[in-house]
Design a protein around this ligand. Structure first.
Ligand code: SF4
Length: 229
């Protein structure tokens, strides 16, 4: 922000503006000005924090679908708010709900291994679910629940602006792509969500059951990595 704009802003805020009387004072003000934080950037950061805060509050108190009646808590997501990679998986499980994060439970170790293989970590990425509340008995979310919750994920994507989205498992992939194709047909290629590349990958829970699918998962991870170089 230049000095003239700063003076204008202070004036419109009703703050009395001290005007330098000679060149020496002008120079001093310019030096002080150079040390001042960029107000535009501060406003931008504050807006972002406020928006995340607002979004978190909305999700935590949301009653837009029946899942609010059986949840222990809504799971907003966790990780780096400025992540290059956004991982989106199915609905929270009991473990996810209790630990308030995605990929908890017995799948956590394999998911962490997958991250490590890509030189990533939970702290470097953001992880969230396609719906934020756990369906009873860990059933698949219903169409109405997916529709009711969709806007939250859209807002998270807009806030994070990731370079890449990785959808994990059939439910998240089909919902993100609005497709009824099998995950086998949807994986192995690059899709786009609002111009952001998206790669689909098998869920760690599936990989633990079907070891032969691990090589395909590795292929998908390699495909994802091409966007992060
Ligand atoms: Fe709201 Fe989504 Fe939870 Fe349904 S699943 S209550 S839409 S936060």
């Amino acid at each position: 922000m230049d000095n003239a704009t700063r003076l204008y802003c202070l004036k419109t805020m009703g703050i009395e503006v001290w005007t330098p009387r000679d060149a020496q004072n002008v120079e001093a003000v310019d030096k002080i000005d150079a040390l001042m934080p960029d107000v535009d950037k501060l406003v931008e950061i504050k807006t972002e924090q406020d928006t995340w805060q607002a979004l978190t509050n909305e999700i935590k108190t949301c009653q837009a679908c029946d899942l609010c009646q059986t949840r222990q808590q809504a799971v907003v997501g966790s990780g780096n708010l400025n992540a290059e990679v956004l991982w989106v998986t199915e609905a929270p499980t009991l473990g996810d709900e209790q630990q308030n994060q995605a990929f908890a439970d017995d799948r956590a170790a394999l998911f962490d291994e997958m991250l490590r293989a890509m030189s990533l970590s939970r702290e470097a990425v953001f992880m969230t679910h396609i719906v934020k509340c756990r369906p009873p008995d860990d059933r698949d979310p219903k169409k109405a629940e997916l529709a009711a919750c969709g806007d939250f994920l859209t807002r998270q994507i807009a806030l994070i602006q990731p370079k890449l989205i990785i959808s994990v498992g059939r439910v998240a992939t089909q919902q993100l792509l609005q497709s009824k194709e099998t995950l086998t047909n949807l994986r192995g290629t690059v899709h786009h969500i609002d111009a952001i590349p998206m790669v689909a990958i098998y869920h760690p829970a599936y990989l633990l059951r079907k070891l032969s699918a691990k090589s395909m998962a590795w292929d998908d991870m390699q495909l994802a990595l091409t966007f992060l170089k």
